[in-house]
Design a protein around this ligand. Sequence first.
Ligand SMILES: Nc1ncnc2c1ncn2[C@@H]1O[C@H](COP(=O)(O)OP(=O)(O)O)[C@@H](O)[C@H]1O
Ligand SMILES: [Mg+2]
Length: 381
Amino acid sequence: MDEPMCLTESLVSNSEVSTSEETVLETFSHQVGGRSLILTYNRNTVCKPLNPQELRFYLDLPESLRPFTPHYKGVLKVAVQIDDAGKLKLTSSETPTACNGKIRINNVLKDDENLSKGGNLHNGDGSLHSEGSINPWTFHCENLLYESLKESVNNNKPIDFMLMEDLVHNYVSPCIMDLKMGNTMHDSYTNEEKYERQKAKVSASTSKTLGLRIAGIQIYNQDLKKYIYQNKYFGFELNDQSFKEELSKFVHNGNQLRKHVVVSFLEKLQELYKCLEKQDKLRFFSSSLLLIYEGHHNELCENTSSNASNYSQRNGQDEMAAVKMIDFARSFHYTQMIPIGADESYLLGLRNLIKMFQEILLEEETHNHNSFSRVKESTNN
Ligand SMILES: Nc1ncnc2c1ncn2[C@@H]1O[C@H](COP(=O)(O)OP(=O)(O)O)[C@@H](O)[C@H]1O
Ligand SMILES: [Mg+2]
């Protein structure tokens, strides 16, 4: 195998001057997990290599799930070149097609498990990175994409990308957690080797016990003005207790609990739960839930608020926290008449997430109450 390419900098060339008809796909700065390379198409649109099963799922998406998923924006043919500096240059000179499901899909990347496992991992080790920096996981995915696209470069064939809403385009410093949902990551179509691999991953992690596994985190620390990153390997080191601690750390950016964010997450998670309970023909194998909130915030507002729920509504801040389902490459919409029931594996994860966020809020209230009582006691004495 060839040496991994320049690992310390982006493999995707983004300094190119594009012609008026040509769009250069730029590096997306906030990719926290996954194996596909997510790229920026325009200000509010990202794209990922097209997976036919994922496209099918978006095209058949039930109306009630739309508020919980990125808007699907079509399919784009992308030309792959390697520039003089050895970087991938991905460009498109066509307009996206809406793709109603009848379009022929050429040269798509069918199975990201077949991609090269080469490429060192960058520090997703909790180390600090300056404001405005690119999530280091991106470089890992660039290497995978580079390996898989070599053929397309050589035979000059365009590849298909799926366009969707960039879920963080409105955020100044997005804090993001990617959670792999459920305790069943495989389906009956998975080959045996893959089935065993997925089963082992579930058994060795909080997927089994909680129906949740951390697949990537970025937290913006407001005081330090830096991001802290963790990649998917970190998720395998956690047990139920340390998982909850990481969830709690995620909603403490800086030195205080972002109460209104937790309240907003809880509201949205409960809505999603109600919605998925009613879906009796869907299965979300290996799918993710993104928890997103704004890392930049006004501490004064948070401190003066007595009621987190009122606070979030009064200030419209609940808009700056989101719960979104992504990654449907292995999800199914059963077309048979007979319903198969709700996806209990996914619901298990949601129930545990809701429970842990409720506990985090309660623990904070108890802590504040105890501190207040201690201050009161010492002033009385
Ligand atoms: N629509 C989106 N908006 C913003 N970020 C996204 C979006 N889709 C994916 N991402 C980011 O890219 C990562 C990988 O995406 P995913 O669809 O899970 O890819 P894969 O199929 O390779 O697992 C996610 O962890 C998330 O950080
Ligand atoms: Mg994923």
